[in-house]
Write a protein that binds this ligand. Structure first.
Ligand code: AMP
Length: 423
């Protein structure tokens, strides 16, 4: 038997209704904040992620699905391609390529699959789905303002509330400007030098190449050492501090609760200043539902103009998991099962078509089924009513409608069927 590849899975009904419910709420909430959808390709040139996500990140060093794409014609060149492990680099590439700065401030969102070769676990997949948004544009359009950071965070709190997820926790930090980080990295290197030999292999390498990434380490034995390291909060310059304070002040005024966590540095290299994560208690070890932050230098790193920005990515798989218990009401069962008697498939299809035009969910049977089998199929489908379509009914234009829960059975003229079923 051929099986789905390790770390991938099928999303099946009825659970897919939850995914649709989440995505509909996302589109609705994001629209109110004037975000518009962008769709970028699922694969990009490898170099985009190496430069955009960072050479030393876990994603780029171990997790990307990369292959050499052979040339198919003399006019083409072969090139290294990668399935996107995240979507921010793709959005920023699209911003540069399509000159989106002409539009001033861009508020964009996306929904789609991402790919990372991680160790599969509950809530961690190799193909997973992210819902993300990016606010990006020239500084003159206000893209650097702390108002943008706070707006994005407030939008996320609104979305989670709308989905009925209440026990979330917002962890907030500032990772400073590249200049702040330069000083911090030096201090980190100095602090790591005498202790790095006691740390895991990854940390020994990070201590030399990109010490900030030591904070991504999950090895339990390394944690007491990491706890003694200097924190970025001690190295924030005046501008960074002012920006961070302003974000917090707006959050307080819109009553979004948060907790400053000065260990939070996020697993991607492009972040500057604001960095954040929302966690949810019920999720267990993989408790981060979403993460994001500011990436003021990313466009320039990718060869574009200066374009400060802030964004986030929600793990949709985890969002759906944290929703499951509360989401019974989301599933819509058929309002009626239309059961044709022998030779009545055509008439039944016509009636079903009429009813469906009125926003009713109709399951249509088959005239090869005996009445008993139609009742069984209607019950299995969870239909509220069964509607029997026989020759006599069609001639009289009056149909038998039976409520499957109560057993109540009535004769209803065609013109009144919609109202009866809706009621
Ligand atoms: P990141 O792009 O690493 O900041 O991740 C943003 C969010 O995507 C995380 O908070 C998770 O909810 C989700 N996520 C990241 N990696 C995975 C994965 N392998 N499987 C499922 N969800 C993931």
């Amino acid at each position: 038997m051929i099986k789905a590849v390790r770390g991938t899975r099928d999303l099946l009904p009825p659970e897919t209704a939850l995914w649709n419910f989440v995505e509909a709420a996302v589109r609705d909430v994001f629209r109110a904040y004037n975000f518009q959808e962008i769709r970028t390709p699922i694969f990009e040139s490898t170099e985009l992620f190496a430069r955009g996500v960072g050479d030393e990140t876990d994603i780029v060093t171990k997790e990307m699905y990369t292959w050499d794409d052979k040339a198919r014609a003399a006019s083409e060149k072969g090139q290294s391609l990668t399935l996107r492990p995240e979507n921010t680099a793709g959005v920023v590439r699209a911003y540069i390529e399509n000159h989106l700065w002409d539009r001033g401030l861009n508020k964009l969102y996306y929904i789609g699959p991402q790919f990372r070769r991680e160790r599969p676990a509950k809530g961690r997949y190799r193909q997973f789905y992210q819902i993300g948004a990016e606010v990006i544009g020239p500084a003159s359009a206000g893209s650097e303002s702390p108002a943008r950071d706070a707006e994005v965070l407030e939008m996320l709190a609104t979305l989670l509330d709308r989905l009925g997820i209440t026990d979330w926790n917002l962890e907030l930090n500032s990772v400073g400007t590249p200049a702040d980080r330069g000083q911090f990295n030096e201090a980190l290197r100095a602090a790591l030098d005498p202790v790095k030999d006691k740390m895991c292999g990854d940390c020994q390498r990070r201590a030399v190449t990109n010490p900030l990434r030591v904070f991504d380490c999950k090895v339990p034995a390394d944690q007491p050492i990491i706890d003694t390291l200097p924190r970025i909060s001690q190295f924030l310059g005046g501008e960074s501090r002012k920006h961070f304070d302003a974000v917090q002040e707006i959050l307080r005024s819109v009553e979004v609760e948060f907790h400053v966590n000065d260990r939070l540095v996020r697993g991607l290299d492009y972040y500057t200043r604001t960095a954040f994560e929302f966690t949810h208690g019920a999720l267990g070890a993989q408790n981060a539902i979403l993460g994001g932050g500011r990436y003021d230098g990313l466009s320039e790193m990718l060869g574009g103009p200066a374009a400060p920005g802030i964004g986030f990515a929600i793990g949709e798989d985890r969002l759906v998991m944290s929703l499951k218990e509360t989401a019974e009401g989301v599933l819509r069962k058929p309002d009626a099962y239309v059961a044709p008697m022998a030779g009545m498939n055509g008439e039944a299809a016509k009636l079903a078509h009429e009813l469906r035009r009125h926003d009713l969910v109709i399951e249509l049977g088959d005239d090869a089924f005996k009445l008993k089998k139609s009742f069984e199929a209607a019950t299995r489908a969870g239909a509220k009513y069964i509607l029997i379509v026989g020759e006599n009914e069609v001639t009289a234009d009056v149909f038998t409608l039976k409520n499957l829960a109560t057993g109540e059975q009535v004769s209803v003229p065609r013109a009144e069927l919609v109202r009866r079923i809706q009621g």
